[in-house]
Write a protein that binds this ligand. Sequence first.
Ligand code: ATP
Ligand code: MG
Length: 440
Amino acid sequence: MAEKIVAVKGMNDIVAPESAHWEWLEAQVRALFARYGYRNIRTPIVEPLALFVRGLGEVTDIVEKEMYAFEDRLNGEQLALRPEGTAGVVRAAVEHALLYDGPKRVYYMGPMFRHERPQRGRYRQFHQIGVEALGLAGPEADAELITMAADLWQALGVQDVTLEINTLGQPAERQAHRQALIAYFERHRDRLDDDAQRRLYTNPLRILDTKNPQMQALVEAAPKLIDHLGAASRAHFEAVCALLQAQGIAYRVNPRLVRGLDYYHHTVFEFVTTSLGAQGTVCAGGRYDGLIAELGGKPAPGVGWAMGVERVLELLKAQQRLPQPPAPDAYAVVPDASAWPTVLPVLRALRAAGVQVWMHASTTDGLGSMKSQFKKADASGARYALIFGADELAAGVVAVKPLREGLPGPITAQTTLPLAQVAQWASQLRCGAASTIPVH
Ligand code: ATP
Ligand code: MG
């Protein structure tokens, strides 16, 4: 046998029944976004490398060491697999003048790529669902986005997700804070680890984000940005907080929350959980008022967040909030291959009427005994077996056998339905499997 080819490390296949959980989550999220007037945007997975270098900042983990960057073999262009969604959305918004003539509230869903050490909740291909509100400067836009995420946790029934919020102010204020930070860390140089030493002059703010336990006390006592903020920045932050309070959304101000990317201004936030171990941030975002201009657009504000789909699903699983895998309405049991010419048009008519019908192997694979077909029918979770036996077909009927207790439809015991009136079965068999998945 030829050698097997396996998936790239840190990049996963998503197969049924888990894929049904993904579809279910995506459907919940789409419905929520529609209620807030956010519209879908789909941007390429491959972008010019410069988009991320300029958009994210050169001295960020992503650009320094996590990006899948490569040269196009055919024309030498410098390209990258997108590590996040905002830069591409902003590029598209500038390219298509969305700020003047297009949707300003958009959402995306899709794979992102970062060359990280794979572990639970951290992959090299992972998936984000993200929202961006472009051209909106007011605190109500920040509050709206945060509220949407809070709504989502509520709709999904997840517990133990805490909102942490902070403000990064404006560039001049950050600059003043930066000088104060550098001076402080210079005074404590001997206590800085290698990473911090390296970042002292390039990106001292990122030192605050350290995960090194030996540096926690040092970082705790460092100068706080909030003490360098002017009146306008304070007012923006206070307004966001007030709008969250007005909606009963709980939050914790975390002055050490800085976020990994350079493009954030004013509000930054994360939703974190203790239920997932080290990878506890399920959703993160903030305001990026400098980014649109940085990417060549006319200066305009923006705010957004992205959530990690794998982490949210993991959280739902840990809290037993995932739905049962969807089951078909009916499963066709066909004892003899000679029945196919009669059976297939019936199944097709049922499917056209919205009934989910699965069936067994093809004739060449062997139909299997009645017993094995019933076993498969049962394992599929189908509510009814449709039995196309020789006796039934001779009488112009199909036998319908309920496979579960307490079915919602009118058929609760084995019965027959006339083949000539297939369309009328639909209302009796269809239980709306996809939309009424019970949560356990
Ligand atoms: P972390 O601190 O965990 O590395 P981050 O700050 O790099 O996160 P963002 O760029 O803000 O993450 O991305 C938003 C969300 O995407 C994260 O909160 C997380 O849920 C998810 N995420 C980020 N990187 C990964 C990854 N490698 N694998 C799985 N999910 C990820
Ligand atoms: Mg990261």
